[in-house]
Design a protein around this ligand. Structure first.
Ligand SMILES: *[C@@H]1O[C@H](CO)[C@@H](O)[C@H](O)[C@H]1NC(C)=O
Length: 356
């Protein structure tokens, strides 16, 4: 008769403990919002609301998104930051700041200021008249004001300090600007241009810090020589990845990684991490079958060789049936399944410290 009585005494204590841990977990979310800056890798539809041709708010984009809706994400479904938001127990996708469907009550738990075709360099965002990085920062300041009006000054400040700020850009500075036009290439060597971009990244992080951000993820760039568009035009190497572009990406990522170390020393209380998609994406491209993919050199959309944006839409009758078998959705952007794998990898290898 001794044993059951002990059990009876313990049960309520256990219940209270479970209840308390549940309450603390539910109320004290470590990261209340994910706040996103960058290019098409993380644009959730901001370009739908500015005059530019860098768009994807039409079929077949979004055909595997919730409700099969084209949102302006450059993929068949969700993008990496959507999966990261979900992994943090927040919401399954992060809305675009310029979308009038959403309000500050939505943005309070995550928002994207990103704009497809933008870069660190103002000259890059000028190519297709998209939102430059400095303008994304202005929108962010406006967002902070709205958040303060919505939840009050002190709660807003607390939320900003706990929120995870993420950047993902740089590819367009090289492929859409430096290697496409002679302007920057006549001013800078590739290495000098990387330093120029890293300098803009540094000022950007310092500005976020001065605005109260403490948890920041600086995004690296992918093995951009392996994007289908670059492979299609790589005649000399039999449509292999363009090694020069991959080397540039490695060098630039190395500079961003060093910048991360430096700023963690310089800025008290900052927790800056470098989130690098390079290795995982290169591995997927080199060993697609290990990840359940069948095609890595060509994209799903249209002929899979050149198309993105409106061209992808026009020729979409040629598109593949099952995008989950393809690493790339259009000639420049990964499929939803690839985005999910990259997001998991980044959460595990760079963002885990913010989870608990
Ligand atoms: C980009 O343009 C903005 C706005 O004109 C300006 O404040 C900023 O200094 C420019 N950035 C660079 C690196 O030239």
């Amino acid at each position: 008769m001794e044993v059951p009585r002990k059990k009876l005494q313990r049960t309520p204590i256990l219940c209270i403990f479970l209840l308390l841990s549940f309450i603390t977990r539910a109320t004290a979310k470590k990261v209340p919002a994910i706040i996103v800056f960058g290019d098409s890798s993380v644009d959730a539809g901001n370009n739908n609301f500015i005059p530019t041709v860098a768009r994807s708010n039409f079929q077949p984009y979004g055909r595997d998104f919730l409700g099969g809706k084209p949102t302006g994400r450059f993929s068949n479904g969700r993008i990496a930051t959507d999966f990261i938001s979900e992994a943090f127990g927040i919401k399954p996708y992060i809305p675009a700041y310029l979308d009038p469907k959403y309000k500050i009550s939505d943005f309070a738990s995550g928002v994207s200021f990103a704009s497809a075709a933008t870069g660190y360099d103002n000259a890059t965002s000028n190519v297709l008249s998209v939102i430059p990085l400095w303008r994304q920062l202005e929108y962010y300041e406006e967002y902070q004001k709205k958040l303060k009006a919505y939840v009050g000054e002190s709660k807003a400040k607390e939320s900003i300090g706990k929120s995870l700020h993420m950047t993902s850009l740089g590819t367009n500075d090289f492929l859409e600007n430096y290697y496409a036009f002679s302007g920057r290439a006549s001013e800078y060597t590739p290495s000098e241009y990387q330093n120029f971009l890293a300098g803009i990244a540094e000022n950007f992080i310092k500005k976020l810090y001065s605005l109260g951000a403490r948890k920041i993820s600086l995004g690296g760039i992918p093995p951009m020589g392996c994007l289908p568009l670059e492979r299609t035009t790589n005649f000399v190497d039999g449509n292999d990845c363009v090694s020069n572009y991959n080397n540039i990406a490695l060098e630039f990522n190395n500079k961003l990684s060093m910048l991360t170390n430096k700023l963690n020393k310089d800025l008290p209380g900052i927790r800056l991490v470098f989130s690098n998609p390079y290795d995982i994406l290169l591995h997927i491209v080199q060993k697609p079958a290990q990840y359940g993919f069948q095609v890595a050199s060509m994209a799903c959309c249209a002929t899979g060789m050149f198309e993105m944006g409106y061209a992808c839409s026009r020729a979409s009758s040629f598109s593949c049936m099952d995008a989950s078998k393809f690493v790339f959705w259009d000639s420049f952007h990964p499929t939803e399944r690839t985005n999910s794998i990259i997001a998991n990898y980044v959460v595990k290898n760079a963002l885990a410290q913010f989870l608990h």
